[in-house]
Every structure is written in C-alpha cells, then in structure tokens.
Write a protein that binds this ligand. Structure first.
Ligand SMILES: Cc1ncc(C[n+]2csc(CCOP(=O)(O)OP(=O)(O)O)c2C)c(N)n1
Ligand SMILES: [Mg+2]
Length: 328
C-alpha cells in the first residue's frame, strides 16, 4: 500500500519529536549526578529508561488511534505518550517532578498518566496489559467503537499477566491490540535464554489471536500492521498481536554499563535508525529535502527546550501536599 506524503511526513515528525525529547533527556538526566553517578541526585532523581531507537513502533501504532482510544504503556513510555499526543510541557514537568506535571509531580518518568488522552503507564512489568484488557472489556460492554492498545516488552511477554490477558481478550473477543516491542533484552537478559519460542507470534496464534511480526525499525511496516489490527478491533472482530522487532539505542536505563552486549552489536543496529530509514525513503520520492529534515529537527529541539524551561521554572509540590492524590 502506498502511503501519502502527508502520512509519511506526519510519521517522520512524530518520530523526530520523540527522538528530540530522548536526546535531551539523555543529557539533562546526568546534570547533578556525576562524577560518581548518584542516581538519587540531580534535576531528575531516580531511574531513566529512554525509548531512543524504538520510535517507529509507538509512532506507527498510535497514528491510527483516536484521542478516546486507550493506551497502556510500560516503564519505557515517553515515545508512547508523545505519539498519543501529550502536551510536552506537562510531560516534561512530570519528569522533573514538578507540580505542573501530568501527575502533579508525584509520578516521575515511569508514571505518566493523562486521563484526557486515555493514557497510562507504570514501572510494574506486564501490569499494563490486564489494564488494557479491562479497558477493552468496558468498551465492548458499552458498545463503543474504541480500541485499547497495550505496549509491552518481549520480557513482559513471559509474565503470567500477559498470558491471562491474551486468553481473556480472545475468549471475550475484545477490541485489544497487543504490541510487543521485541528489543531483544529484558534489562541484561537476552530473549534467547528467557523465552521458549523464537517469536511471540506463536503465542498469539496459540491463544487464537491473529498475530504478525514486523520490522520495528520500519515505521511503514508498523503502520500497515497496526492499521489492520486497529481496524479489526474497531469493527468488533477481536484482538490482535503485533510483534515489532526493534532495538534500543541506549542502555536499559541510563547508567547501564551494557556489559551484556556483543561487540559491534549496537553500532550495527544504529545503521537501522528508524528516522533515517523513513527519511531516505521520503527523499527518494522527493518528499523530503535535507533542509526540510534539518528544519524539522530544529523545530522539535525548540519544542523540547520550551518544555524543559516550563518544567524547570515550575514549582515543586509542597511537602504538606505529599498525601494528596494518593491512597494512604
Ligand atoms: C513485576 C516486575 N518485575 C521486575 C521488574 C524489574 N524490571 C524492570 S524493567 C525489566 C525488564 C523489562 O524488559 P522488557 O519487558 O523486554 O522491556 P524493555 O525494558 O526491554 O523495554 C525488569 C525485569 C519490574 N519493574 N516489575
Ligand atoms: Mg525488552
């Protein structure tokens, strides 16, 4: 299927926006933490899991979603919420722990919740999948044509919650799209020694769910697979599974020594940069020039800078508010 220039440009812009955010966070996160790497110090205390390299997956899937569709993410969800259309200022303020953030600064980078966007994520591996199934069940009960998408890592696909979720989604024919981002590792554990099947497509099929594997570095491939899966869910024809073969260009978390990687592995994957791949395809069609690509990058860097300034200038929540908005 030939996608229009407009669609491709949109995908390119979204991936560029995600990359600009992650590139900046990859610098600013270290502010105040070095030289000894004190994880609790700095302007963004705590862990940081960046999505750099996986931009095509969130972008190609979320391009088909409406604002009222539900997305549940993971601990690595900046890309998912950006692709869903988050206000960068509110997202950045949350990451900086400020009162103006999506969760008033209570959540931080792993807990980005946006009720208007119907988006949630969290640090408990595989917890988002049953939540998406619950959302999908509610949609079905209300006879809505909404869709619930669960993003998860290939590591999460070994958790019981994933398997129970797949079974229920299939047996209840729910409008769910499960998107497994197979970036080959769960922290430092390679999929090859943790997973009984080569591809999770087999597991989808075992549950009676249509499942496909796509090149997750190719946003067009992801877009096309997601188009079919989302349309199927919206038509009331039940769940689908997409396994996107991808790679994270940074460590599991910032500060990861990455001793588990083989020599040259990351460098060779970086040759499959999803933004470059799409850019080259567009340039070949005459739909993007170097100057236009450069100006998109400048624009996105500017948006991120504005969001960062907003975050830095925002107040912290007051200590006496610590027990507000939480179950205590
Ligand atoms: C229930 C649970 N167990 C363990 C962890 C620790 N943990 C955080 S991320 C992670 C690996 C997740 O791997 P994967 O699902 O492949 O996602 P990726 O990090 O590759 O995006 C683990 C084990 C956790 N957060 N929650
Ligand atoms: Mg993984």
């Amino acid at each position: 299927m030939a996608l229009s220039k407009e669609v491709l440009l949109d995908l390119y812009r979204t991936m560029s926006k995600i990359r600009a955010v992650e590139d900046r966070l990859g610098v600013v996160y270290y502010e105040g933490k070095l030289p000894a790497f004190d994880i609790a110090a700095g302007v963004i205390p705590g862990e940081m899991h960046l999505y750099t390299g996986q931009e095509a997956v969130a972008t190609g899937v979320c391009a088909h979603l409406r604002k009222d569709d539900w997305v549940s993410g993971t601990h690595r969800s900046h890309g998912h919420i950006i692709a869903k259309g988050v206000d960068l200022k509110k997202m950045m303020a949350e990451i900086f722990g400020r009162k103006t953030g999506l969760c008033h600064g209570y959540g931080g980078h792993m807990h980005l919740f946006d009720p208007d966007l119907h988006f949630g994520c969290g640090g408990i591996v595989a917890a988002g999948i049953p939540q998406a199934v619950g959302g999908a069940l509610a949609m079905k009960k209300h006879n809505e044509d909404r869709v619930a998408v669960a993003f998860l890592g290939e590591g999460a696909a070994n958790a019981g919650a994933f398997h129970e979720s797949m079974n229920l989604a299939a047996v209840w024919k729910l409008p769910l799209v499960a998107v497994i981002e197979d970036n080959l590792y769960a922290i430092s554990v390679p999929k090859t020694i943790s997973t009984s099947v080569e591809s999770n497509v087999k597991r989808g099929v075992a549950y009676g769910i249509p499942a496909v594997q796509v090149d997750g570095q190719d946003v067009i491939a992801v877009y096309e697979a997601a188009q079919e899966a989302v349309a199927r869910a919206r038509r009331g024809e039940g769940p689908s599974l997409i396994e996107a073969a991808c790679y994270r260009f940074r460590g599991h978390f910032e500060g990861d020594a990455e001793g588990y990687l083989s020599k040259g592995e990351k460098e060779s994957w970086k040759e499959k940069d999803p933004i470059v791949i799409l850019g080259e395809k567009m340039k070949a069609k005459g739909w993007l020039t170097d100057a236009e690509a450069e100006s998109i990058q400048v624009e996105m860097t500017g948006l991120v800078a504005e969001a960062e300034t907003f975050a830095r200038e925002s107040p912290f929540p007051a200590p006496e508010e610590a027990l507000e908005n939480v179950f205590a």
